[in-house]
Write a protein that binds this ligand. Structure first.
Ligand code: HPA
Ligand code: MG
Length: 234
C-alpha cells in the first residue's frame, strides 16, 4: 500500500509525499513549494522560506481524518478537547467536516467542543513541563468519548502529560488527533490515533501554529526563514 506522488513543479519533479497505509509522510528532503506559486500575507514577505503544506492540502487531509473519526466513534456524542492556541483552526475545520459527513451519511455525530490552553514553547525551543493556562478541571470529560485535538505533536512529552491528566477524570475512551506529528521517536506516533502529516524535525508555522505568537494568520503551513526567526525572537 505504498505509492509515490510526484509533482512536477518548477520544471523538475520532486517527491512530495508518500502514503504508507494511513500515514502521509513528508520526506526529509522535501524542499517545500516556491513562495511565488502561492499567495500569503504581505507582512510575512522575507519571514518564510517556503510553503511546506498548502492550505488546500491541509483541508483535504482533514476531511479524510474526519472520516476515520466517524468510523471509530460508536457513541452518538463526542467531546472534543481542543488544545489552544495552535489547535483552534484544525479543531474548527475537523468538527466542520464531521458535521458535513454526518449530514451526508445520515449518521449525525453530536460534537461538544471544550478548550484547554497549554504552553510549552519559547522561540523554537521546547520547555520541559506541561503548563496549563487557566482551569485544569476537566471533570466534564467523565464517562465521555473524548477526542483530543492538537495541531502538532512534537517531542510527545506535552501530549503524554496531557493524556495522563485527562485520564484522571475517567473518560470512557480517549483518542488523539494531531495534524502534524514530528518524526522524532515512535512515541509521537503511538500517542496519536489520527495523524494528518508526519513531518521531519523542522520548525513550521502557519495554520494557527506560531513562533512567539506570530504567523497564526498564515493559512499555509510554512518553514520560517532566518530573517523571520531573528525578527520575532524574544
Ligand atoms: N511550530 C510551531 N509550534 C510548535 C512546533 C512547530 O514546529 N513544535 C511544537 N510547537
Ligand atoms: Mg506555540
Amino acid at each position: 500500500c505504498i505509492f509515490l506522488l510526484t509533482k512536477s513543479l518548477q520544471g523538475s519533479p520532486v517527491h512530495f509525499m508518500f502514503s504508507l497505509c494511513c500515514l502521509v509522510q513528508i520526506k526529509d528532503d522535501w524542499p517545500g513549494y516556491n513562495l511565488d506559486l502561492f499567495t500569503y500575507p504581505e507582512h510575512y514577505h522575507d519571514d518564510i522560506e517556503n510553503v511546506y503544506i498548502p492550505h488546500g492540502v491541509i483541508m483535504d487531509r482533514i476531511e479524510r481524518l474526519a472520516r476515520y473519526v466517524m468510523e471509530d466513534f460508536e457513541d452518538s456524542k463526542i467531546m472534543v478537547l481542543c488544545v489552544l492556541k495552535g489547535g483552534y483552526k484544525f479543531c474548527a475545520d475537523l468538527v466542520e467536516f464531521i458535521k458535513v459527513l454526518g449530514r451526508s451519511s445520515n449518521r449525525y455525530l453530536e460534537t461538544r467542543v471544550e478548550f484547554i490552553r497549554l504552553k510549552s514553547y519559547l522561540n523554537d525551543q521546547s520547555t520541559e513541563d506541561l503548563h496549563i493556562i487557566g482551569s485544569s478541571d476537566l471533570s466534564f470529560l467523565r464517562g465521555k468519548s473524548v477526542l483530543v485535538v492538537e495541531a502538532i505533536v512534537d517531542t510527545g512529552k506535552t501530549m503524554k502529560a496531557l493524556l495522563k491528566h485527562v485520564e484522571t477524570f475517567e473518560p470512557k475512551m480517549v483518542k488523539v488527533a494531531g495534524l502534524l506529528v514530528k518524526r522524532l521517536s515512535t512515541m509521537t506516533e503511538s500517542l496519536t490515533d489520527y495523524v494528518g502529516f508526519e513531518i521531519p524535525n523542522r520548525f513550521v508555522v502557519g495554520y494557527a501554529l506560531d513562533y512567539n505568537e506570530y504567523f497564526r494568520d498564515l493559512n499555509h503551513i510554512c518553514v520560517i526563514s532566518k530573517t523571520g526567526k531573528m525578527k520575532y525572537k524574544i
